[in-house]
Write a protein of this length. Structure first.
Length: 129
């Protein structure tokens, strides 16, 4: 699965069906349109991830099938953290720089499937390297 499809799959589960971003994903719109919808709806982590993947593809830095996420993991964790309330276990785990596994477990328990998916992909990449 290419990076953009992975990003969309990871975020889709957290979006309400009525959002324009979810509707764009469901109808198979292009990544640019989805990123625009996400920006309009204040979904900055999704929009940023899509814009980053599009830029990397355009620059030839990342082929369609590349699934590397670990390099951008720290930045994405900061983006997610900014959206979490202070009393969130996931936020606390990020703040204390816990292991990927611990942050992922907290994210799963709190229903943050897009973050859990991102962390799972990073764990898989680390295991391959």
């Amino acid at each position: 699965m290419d990076m953009i499809k992975q990003i969309l799959a990871g975020f889709r589960g957290d979006l309400p069906d009525g959002s324009s971003t979810a509707q764009a994903i469901d109808r198979g719109a292009g990544a640019e349109e989805i990123a625009t919808c996400a920006t309009t709806e204040g979904l900055h982590a999704l929009a940023g991830a899509l814009f980053e993947a599009l830029e990397e593809q355009a620059a030839g830095l990342q082929p369609e099938s590349d699934t590397h996420v670990a390099g951008a993991l720290e930045e994405r964790l900061r983006e997610f953290r900014a959206q979490l309330p202070a009393d969130s276990e996931t936020a606390r785990a990020i703040d204390r720089q816990a292991s990927i596994e611990e942050i992922s477990e907290a994210a799963q328990q709190e229903g943050l499937s897009s973050l859990a998916t991102l962390l799972f992909e990073a764990e898989q990449e680390a295991a391959r390297d």
